[in-house]
Design a protein around this ligand. Sequence first.
Ligand code: SAM
Length: 228
Amino acid sequence: RTALFGDDKTEVREYFNTEGFSRWNKIYSESDEVNKVQLDIRTGHDQTIQKILTWAKGDDMAGKTVCDCGCGVGSLAIPLAQMGAKVSASDISDAMSGEAARRAKELGVENADFYTSDLESVSGKYDTVTCVDVAIHYPTEQMAGMIGHLCGLAEDRLIFSFAPKTWYFVLLKKIGELAPGPSKTTRAYLHEEGAVREAMEKAGFRVAREEFTGTSFYFSKLIEAKRV
Ligand code: SAM
């Protein structure tokens, strides 16, 4: 990595505190006007969230502790808290965690705490750790360490999603990068599913459930891994 491109984490934090915040806050809302691509991403992301909530409905979440890393505006943390879980949610972006806290307050949700932190600095032990669509901001060589850290926080299970690295998505990403116009986003990293599973297994977890969600512009592999 050359100095020219700077540090990924600093760039991601800055992006989600400024341009990225307005863009994603709109995508992660129901009412705001969005363009076709953003609407497609909103739909895809919502499908991932609904799949996790369907899993959670089958488990008894009442009184369970949940740590949501990279919580964004609270799209997952808030409904989990509404199911009775005690949620501790954080995001590297102050704007994001602040918006999540604001939304929770507006909905009268009390059993969720929101704070600003990069996920490496999150500590403690929780029944469930969730980390949804955050790995896209992690370079390949940092992904396994990230999963190891998340597993270390989880007593029982980790719910993790990522954009899978297949030839088709690599091609789509290339086409996206070639599209004219100013870059509106940060670099995106796809991950080999085998490497994700290996990192989970190394941390003493086994895959219990999995799902894939794909719309035109949104792709996310979702894995629930349980401590063996
Ligand atoms: N998990 C949320 C959801 O599914 O609604 C938000 C997903 S959004 C695509 C990615 C989020 O990850 C952003 O809010 C960003 O600020 C956060 N993020 C990126 N890198 C992070 C890091 N190293 N530690 C904590 N949060 C991070």
